[in-house]
Design a binder for this molecule. Structure first.
Ligand SMILES: CC(C)(COP(=O)(O)OP(=O)(O)OC[C@H]1O[C@@H](n2cnc3c(N)ncnc32)[C@H](O)[C@@H]1OP(=O)(O)O)[C@@H](O)C(=O)NCCC(=O)NCCS
Length: 253
């Protein structure tokens, strides 16, 4: 069975601090209730429940920490120190082997709309999963072959992610995919499709992008929804995987 790299524990506290700083800023600027901001503007609920701790109990405690009379950085720090270790035992920290991975890619099936959705976890930590494009195409070729064995006709592939704003990621798709990208509504930023950009290739907080969020209140990369026909995606992947095989393994320099 494949063994997968795990995110370092400290990442969960460092990113929770960033989430908390962002939501406190939004609360100050827009007056939106803390509870609603936690549910719509952080990936916290996606990581719960952890152990025997119910979401409601976690919420009550974290809201208390976020609403003291301390400064925003101090409140964010207190919330992160509480939430970080909980998330470090949660779903994102769990065993990735519950899914079938093709390198750093996996897919979910959506038979009702005859589609699959693509998901990305960096299984090359501490290297970037996109460093070796040749390997990516070969793994995506295997993913396509696997998806073709599903008991329904796969007609579309979708992916909702900040990675749709990153050129190397778009190179894995045919031109029709990039041409049809649509911005995701910022009213719901509760998933890693928004927040994954603040994790770097080593699995730690991405300090540069985090600093930009804190300075501007804006996400460096917006999340976008991508979609194209699965036939076109597969043809693109097979063409590039074929090129990669013909070129052979990368030469050592
Ligand atoms: C995806 C992930 C590995 C990217 O990590 P990273 O530290 O940004 O590192 P990368 O090396 O991939 O990217 C850095 C840059 O190099 C570029 N790059 C990477 N590989 C490249 C290649 N082979 N060719 C050209 N450019 C490349 C990227 O476009 C990026 O450009 P930028 O600096 O202008 O933003 C990391 O953010 C992560 O693990 N996130 C959590 C998982 C996630 O977000 N999943 C998606 C949820 S939908």
């Amino acid at each position: 069975m494949a063994s997968y790299p795990r995110f370092p524990e400290i990442m969960f506290t460092d990113t929770a601090r960033l989430h908390a700083r962002f939501l406190l800023r939004r609360h100050r600027e827009t007056g939106e209730p803390i509870l609603r901001l936690i549910e719509t503007q952080t990936p916290w609920k996606a990581q719960m429940p952890v152990g025997g701790l119910p979401w409601e109990e976690f919420l009550e405690r974290v809201i208390a920490l976020l609403t003291t009379a301390d400064s925003e950085p101090a409140r964010a720090e207190a919330a992160a120190r509480y939430a970080g270790p909980i998330f470090a035992a949660g779903r994102l920290a769990g065993d990735p082997a519950i899914h079938t991975w093709f390198g750093s890619f996996r897919y979910d099936t959506h038979p009702e709309r005859e589609g699959v959705s693509l998901h990305i976890r960096n299984n090359s930590m501490p290297r970037s999963c996109f460093e070796d494009r040749r390997e990516c195409f070969l793994r995506l070729r295997d993913l396509c072959a696997h998806a073709r064995t599903r008991p329904f006709a796969v007609r579309t592939i979708t992916c909702g992610s900040w990675l749709n704003d990153v050129p190397v990621f778009l190179s894995f798709f045919p031109p029709a995919y990039a041409a049809g990208l649509a911005a995701s509504p910022p009213e719901n930023r509760s998933g890693w499709g928004w927040w994954g950009q603040f994790i770097d290739k080593t699995g730690h907080l991405h300090a540069g992008r985090a600093a930009r969020l804190l300075a501007t209140g804006e996400f460096p990369h917006p999340r976008k929804e991508g979609r194209c026909s699965f036939d076109e995606f597969e043809a693109h992947v097979l063409r590039h995987a074929g090129d990669a095989i013909r070129r052979g393994p990368p030469l050592l320099s």
